[in-house]
Design a protein around this ligand. Structure first.
Ligand SMILES: [Zn+2]
Length: 422
């Protein structure tokens, strides 16, 4: 493994960024397209054939001896959130490039073709929709959902597509058949504090948590803060506060199952210091890999809403924004990674992913696995995001080991000849 070269690749991609703090390489921007063009050249230099699909996914293919066999795929994304770090997504793509370089240097031929996929628009930062590229590939992204989306400068997704020589009407053409894949694996930073806290090098992802999201509107009565006695009030903010605290209590009661609940948005309509709040809005995100545990939190949310409505004389409406099911990684791949860690004395843990990834969509197409390397201080979506090159190297080695097993290495020319003629 050439750690220096791997490090240089990661640093090189970091130079493709718009102005701002840290990395700003949002989906479908020129910075992201330039980075993709640079990577296309790198893969072409390694002899791979390149295809850009209808949603902008870059697919670099290293032919197998049996071209008709299903593909062994690896990849991740290189788009970022605003003011991001260097590692999220990028390490999965750079590890894949490093593996391709190593296979070429070692003159390794495989039976199955290998593909590196750079997925488009994994982050929801620009268009409020995540994992667009892998959703399109898995056939779970109807074009109709995309037309209403705009970024914060008012640019529509259709316009962004046109700037990239893509047509939003054509996204269905990115769909691929399950039969075209043998497996998909992705290396990614953990984006949380567990691996570092437990002094582990590798997280083997067991399942990817699915969010259930609600928007809650609370209507009370705005009134003068000085003249309205306490028992005449209908305070929307206090209703919101009770709901937020109940979400915390409910999620803590389910913490042993890995379920989490967050109120990430709480706004008061025209708040002022001398007004009892009349309107409040909450946005709630509940996640977990255990469906029934998540359901417990959802039920407690529903119960607290009806209680608070009555006790505080409020009208509360609750809109379900999304309700996704957890996705399990393939047990054989999890087991395979575990064995390799055991054999090589790598300190690892089988763990769920709280964040969504392209792997969750690829799991709908083929047996899928995912590896995490530690994030320093658990930081991600932050310019301070950091993982050491040695840790990225351990993940890359595991990924390479799996790719070679899945794609089946052929060692001598005679064997290759027999296979061709068979
Ligand atoms: Zn990511």
């Amino acid at each position: 493994m050439n750690l220096k070269r791997l490090q240089q690749s990661i640093e090189k991609i970091a130079t493709y960024s718009d102005a701002g703090v840290g990395i700003n390489r949002l989906a479908y921007t020129k910075a992201e397209q330039d980075a993709k063009r640079y990577l296309i050249r790198q893969f072409e230099d390694e002899g791979l054939t390149i295809r850009v699909d209808a949603v902008g996914n870059v697919i670099a293919r290293r032919e197998g001896l049996r071209t008709e066999l299903p593909v062994v795929a690896m990849g991740s994304h290189i788009d970022s959130v605003y003011d991001a770090g260097k590692y999220d997504g990028v390490i999965g793509v750079m590890a894949a490039l490093e593996i391709i370089r190593l296979l070429n240097e070692e003159s390794i031929q495989t039976l199955h073709p290998i593909e590196v996929i750079i997925f488009s628009c994994e982050e929801s930062a620009r268009f409020s929709i995540a994992t667009v590229g892998s959703k399109a590939m898995a056939g779970v992204l109807p074009a109709i959902d995309l037309h209403a989306l705009t970024d914060r400068d008012g640019i529509t997704m259709a316009e962004a597509f046109r700037e990239n020589q893509l047509d939003l009407e054509q996204v269905e053409r990115a769909v691929r058949r399950p039969a075209s894949f043998k497996s998909y694996v992705e290396l990614h930073i953990e984006q949380g504090p567990i691996l570092e806290g437990e002094r582990l090098d590798i997280g083997i992802v067991s399942a990817i948590a699915a969010p259930t999201r609600y928007r809650i509107s609370i209507s009370g009565r705005a009134s003068h803060s000085g003249t309205t006695p306490m028992n005449y009030r209908s305070d929307a903010l206090l209703g919101a506060a009770e709901i937020a605290l109940e979400i915390e209590r409910a999620a803590k009661a389910e913490a042993h199952k890995g379920t989490v609940g967050t109120v990430g948005v709480l706004t008061i309509q025209s708040g002022s210091m001398n007004t009892v709040p009349g309107e409040a809005y909450l946005e709630i995100d509940i996640r977990g890999t255990d469906g029934s545990s998540k359901q417990m939190v959802i039920e407690r949310l529903q119960a607290v809403i009806s209680r608070v409505e009555q006790e505080r004389d409020l009208q509360i409406s609750c809109t379900l924004l999304s309700h996704e099911q957890p996705v399990h990684m393939h047990p054989d791949i999890v087991h395979d990674f575990e064995e390799t860690c055991e054999e090589n004395n790598i300190r690892y843990k089988v763990m769920p992913s709280g964040a969504g990834h392209d792997a969750m969509n690829m799991a709908g197409l083929c047996p899928t696995g995912m590896l995490f390397v530690p994030s320093q201080d658990g930081l991600s979506h932050n310019p301070k995001e950091y993982t050491s090159i040695e840790q990225i190297g351990i993940g890359t080695r595991l990924l390479k080991d799996f790719i070679l097993k899945s794609a089946i290495v052929t060692t001598n020319a005679l064997q290759n000849k027999c296979l061709r003629s068979s």
